[in-house]
Design a protein around this ligand. Sequence first.
Ligand SMILES: NC(=O)c1ccc[n+]([C@@H]2O[C@H](COP(=O)([O-])OP(=O)(O)OC[C@H]3O[C@@H](n4cnc5c(N)ncnc54)[C@H](OP(=O)(O)O)[C@@H]3O)[C@@H](O)[C@H]2O)c1
Length: 281
Amino acid sequence: MKNSKLFIIGAQGQLGQALQAQFRDCEVIAWDIQDLDICQLDQVRKAVKHIRPDIVINAAAFTQVDQAETHQEAAYRGNALGPRNLALATNEIGIPLVHFSTDYVFDGCQSRPYHEFDRTNPHSVYGQSKLAGEQEVQKTNPRNYIIRTAWLYHVIGKNFPLTMLRLAKQEQVRVVSDQFGSPTYAPHLAKAVSRLIETESYGTFHLAGSGGTSWYDFTQALYQASGIQTAVIPITSADYPLPAPRPAYSVLTSLQDPAMTLPPWEEGVRDFTTQLKEIKT
Ligand SMILES: NC(=O)c1ccc[n+]([C@@H]2O[C@H](COP(=O)([O-])OP(=O)(O)OC[C@H]3O[C@@H](n4cnc5c(N)ncnc54)[C@H](OP(=O)(O)O)[C@@H]3O)[C@@H](O)[C@H]2O)c1
């Protein structure tokens, strides 16, 4: 993608920032909602035609999983209408669109990792709106990369490991041990995206930290890497009810190009911890 012009939307989010860092050697136009609301088709068309990028990367989304249950319209606007608008505008000038989706498109009833061709069956409004977004993008721009990722985190933003580090001041933390997924360090994902978009092999890809774990074991690994002694107590999902249903098991794997495989999730924890230490010193 050297000498290419990239238009990143949702640039201030966790993934948006990782993508900006990954593509620092390219010409990058990085916008967020204050520059462009992806739900407004006329604005999207105008921006894409004016910027004339070689590729658009959409890291914008309505990501509040629990709020989506009571704000269904907002979820569908951000996660289905917005991506459709981007797919329309990019298709009109014949360029690819990179779009991100989620493990929440699956129901979590499987006991082996989900690959790209497994049946989707989202139970939450967030998952349903993200699946609708995938379908709109597929229908509207054939040059699409749809990347399903999971349990995303970075050294900035709101995410699970940053919350766990904040809670480590307590004597003990209680963490769900019966939900399994693929923790994904955003810079690892951004690197894989940079390899994927060189391929022009369009389609749906699972890109998430390799291997699977529970929130409980993820926390244990995080505390160990950070030298934290706080006790971690396993609890069940029933002990920690939330408005949106989560898949009990949504570990992702890929049947696509193995060259796209992300590092093991444990390496993500190590790189995250190192990066946090560097920021603090
Ligand atoms: N976080 C996860 O665990 C996770 C897991 C699986 C998949 N994903 C997917 O990965 C992608 C990136 O997630 P993330 O965690 O980086 O998200 P994030 O940190 O919430 O960032 C999303 C960014 O998009 C902006 N945005 C929201 N609505 C917009 C709109 N209508 N127009 C333009 N910008 C808008 C947000 O602005 P405001 O903050 O002002 O709303 C925010 O800056 C999303 O597609 C998400 O669904 C995330």
